[in-house]
Ligand binder design. Structure first.
Ligand SMILES: Cc1ncc(COP(=O)(O)O)c(C=O)c1O
Length: 415
């Protein structure tokens, strides 16, 4: 077959003429393929899927009712552009009541997003010129960095390690990188490590940003999913609004991943510039969805119920993994449990299987034990277990976790 001339037209940022020709298979595609193969080899068997990165449950009925009500209003039907006052005001109230962030001006310091992912893909256009550096944590959610590179920017990775409680070591960034760095992207509670920030760390980030004239983008996608105490907002740090913005989302906090709604808040200049680029990228989220999201922000007890479920599941998951020899420590928030990957598994008959990477054990767990996890080899070898696995009710939840423990208990892991 002759190749379409279109093949020669692709932009270099997505591979140019080579676009689509790479045979490399990415992590999540490998996981999917291994799950398909495991099911084909074990027809009817149950895969315990601990790899899911989104809530297992629906939005709460009262939120769906709110959407239904708002969707029937003719005035909500059209382009919403950068949104009306409803979500903005609810966001300012939410930041105040739930996160202790005082004095956010809903008119000038908040604009909605069609999810944090969309905001992270828009914001590089606001800040990145060719040659500018972005400081990103690794392992992490790569979207800002991907788009920064599209604009000719460079990503400098800051490793998240156990020794630093999965907080980046800002003092280790070289003067050369700092002189070209424009943005620091952080995310707490963190995906995938499950780590939480501290007020002291955030204070250090503000000081670091001021000293080096850097913008801070705090991706707070999991901020409200905490197992004890109140959510910790970067914006609650003295001086934070002078250096950055925070991205909130209803996706994880209110079981609304498919609804696509969040907000960007903080520094007025940055929010304005985000709005200007956003205006040239999308025409705003459906107002009925924005209004239902606003309803959620005024009902943080919904998130508390979701977090209580994750906390309960997390306790049982930690116990099951500890029983199998993993050194699992319950995180303070998010729905992720990040554990050191075993180096080997020894079967009852003495056969020993060795794993050089987290990806190897993750593949082995799917194939041999029908347990799906997400491997991370970016800063040490780790497995990410998510408590958003599917279970009908609490009894089923216990059954799934007991079964996980049983399957893992069939071998002895070496670390
Ligand atoms: C760290 C992080 N940021 C942002 C997102 C995207 O969230 P949203 O659904 O608001 O686009 C995710 C989703 O997995 C995430 O893990």
């Amino acid at each position: 077959m002759t190749e379409s001339y279109i093949q020669n037209l692709f932009a270099e940022r997505i591979g140019g003429k080579q676009y689509g020709k790479s045979t490399a298979i990415y992590k999540f595609a490998k996981i999917k393929a291994a799950k398909r193969a495991a099911l084909a080899a074990n027809p009817g068997a149950e895969i315990i899927d601990m790899g899911v990165g989104e809530p297992d449950a629906m939005a709460f009925p009262e939120v769906v009712a709110e959407l239904h009500k708002e969707a029937q209003k003719p005035e909500n039907r059209g382009y919403s552009d950068n949104g009306d006052a409803v979500l903005k005001e609810a966001a300012a109230r939410y930041l105040d009541r739930v996160c202790g962030v005082r004095g956010i001006n809903p008119e000038t310091e908040v604009i909605h997003s069609i999810g944090s992912k969309a905001a992270l893909s828009i914001l590089p256009a606001v800040l990145i010129n060719p040659g500018d550096y972005v400081l990103m944590t690794t392992p992490g959610y790569p979207v800002f960095g991907t788009h920064a590179k599209y604009y000719g920017g460079l990503v400098h990775n800051l490793a998240l390690t156990e020794a630093n409680r999965f907080l980046p070591d800002l003092d280790a960034v070289s003067a050369d990188v700092l002189s070209k760095a424009k943005v620091l992207v952080i995310n707490y509670p963190n995906n995938p490590t499950g780590a939480s920030a501290t007020p002291e760390f955030f204070a250090k980030v503000v000081e670091f940003a001021r000293r080096n004239r850097i913008v801070v983008i705090h991706d707070a996608a999991y901020a409200a999913l905490v197992f004890e105490g109140k959510p910790l907002s970067f914006l609650a740090t003295p001086g934070a609004k002078e250096v950055g913005i925070e991205l909130h989302s209803t996706s994880k906090s209110f079981n609304m991943t498919g609804w696509r709604c969040g907000f960007v808040a903080g520094n007025e200049l940055l929010v304005k510039a985000y709005g200007d680029v956003k205006d040239n990228s999308d025409s705003g989220q459906f107002l009925a969805i924005q209004h239902a999201a606003g309803y959620c922000l005024d009902h943080p007890e919904i998130t508390e119920k979701i977090a209580a479920k994750y906390s309960r599941r997390m306790d049982a998951l930690v116990a099951a993994l500890r029983g199998a020899g993993f050194s699992a420590i319950k995180p303070k928030g998010s729905f992720f449990l990040y554990v050191t990957a075993p180096k080997a598994a020894v079967k009852k008959d003495g056969t020993r299987v060795q794993f050089k990477t987290a990806e190897e054990i993750s593949q082995w767990l799917i194939t041999e034990k029908l347990i799906s996890t997400v491997p991370w080899d970016d800063a040490g070898a780790y497995l990410r277990f998510s408590v958003t696995f599917v279970a009908k009710d609490q009894a089923d939840e216990n059954r799934v976790l007991a079964e996980l423990g049983r399957r893992l208990g069939e071998v002895r892991f070496e670390f």
